[in-house]
Design a protein around this ligand. Structure first.
Ligand code: NAI
Length: 256
């Protein structure tokens, strides 16, 4: 059987991804900072927001994995330091540490967001922040670059989308035959959506939902994540798959 590591398994998209992977016959190792309610698979309680937390998770992992699904994320409502740490620098640190354990032909899938499409508009900033190696002091970084709390979420996802493209070509992953892709949901009915409503306002979220007829569900996203993890996606690398019911296409179609 295959072994997949899924982060963010205590809730929403991560929980559904872990459940579906288990139904498909995979051995699932779940990671979250919170205990999942009805855990049926192996679980590691761990915190992706610090280098020490990531190292502690990695120390508990088996020597061989088939895939890593990076699903855990924060909405930004806890401030830019925690958000950039979990959504990007912690995710990247985990991916780099886990890469040597992923078998040839395995995969990493990053759950990004429609909020990450702005990387082109902030290219210099994104390149600078992606270029910082290791797990930086994110508080110092935010101060140095004058980053505001409300920028934390979109910035974290911009960095993630840009890094996904780059990572596919980094020797650490490429030379091991590990594919790195992203999936970018639009609004999805999970606990985090309430937090997005608080940050962005109901009008903005509802307008996105109206464009595509309904909000997504975790069950809409999980199969796409697992497809990108699977051997069937063997020729898909460094891409960002819109998993948003057509939202991104609808917005682009208006300007094209
Ligand atoms: P959720 O809030 O239901 O689940 C997120 C999970 O991440 C939680 O179980 C939480 O405990 C975990 N987590 C947070 N901080 C952590 C840390 N320091 N270490 C380990 N785990 C931690 O939200 P949802 O919707 O399942 O989100 C999953 C991913 O999907 C996130 O990356 C989010 O940004 C992304 N996304 C969600 C959208 C939505 O509307 N629900 C839209 C676009 C992207």
């Amino acid at each position: 059987g295959k072994t997949i590591l899924v982060t963010g398994v205590a809730s929403g998209i991560g929980a559904r991804t872990a459940e579906l992977a288990g139904q498909m016959g995979a051995d699932v190792i779940g990671v979250d900072v919170r205990e999942p309610a009805g855990a049926t698979t192996a679980f590691i309680k761990g915190d992706l927001s610090t280098a020490a937390g990531v190292a502690d998770i990695v120390a508990q992992l088996p020597s061989r994995l088939d895939a890593l699904a990076n699903v855990a994320g924060l909405s930004g409502n806890t401030g830019i330091v925690s958000t950039l740490s979990v959504n990007f620098y912690g995710l990247r640190a985990l991916s780099e540490a886990v890469a040597p354990r992923i078998r040839e032909g395995g995969a990493i899938v990053n759950v990004a967001s429609i909020a990450g499409y702005g990387w082109r508009a902030h290219l210099e900033r994104a390149k600078t922040l992606v270029g910082i190696e290791g797990f930086p002091d994110v508080g110092a970084l935010a101060a140095e670059h004058g980053l505001k709390d409300e920028e934390g979420y979109p910035l974290s996802k911009e960095l993630l989308v840009l890094w996904t493209m780059r990572a596919a070509h980094l020797p650490l992953f490429r030379d091991r035959g590990i594919r790195v892709n992203a999936a970018s949901p639009g609004p999805v009915e999970t606990p985090i959506l309430k937090q997005f409503r608080a940050v962005l306002g109901d009008a903005r979220v509802d307008s996105d939902i109206t464009r595509v007829g309904r909000a997504g569900t975790a069950a809409d996203i999980a199969p796409a994540v697992l497809f990108l993890c699977s051997d069937g996606a063997r020729w898909i690398n460094g891409t960002n798959l819109a998993t948003d019911g057509g939202l991104e296409a609808s917005i682009n179609a208006e300007v094209l």
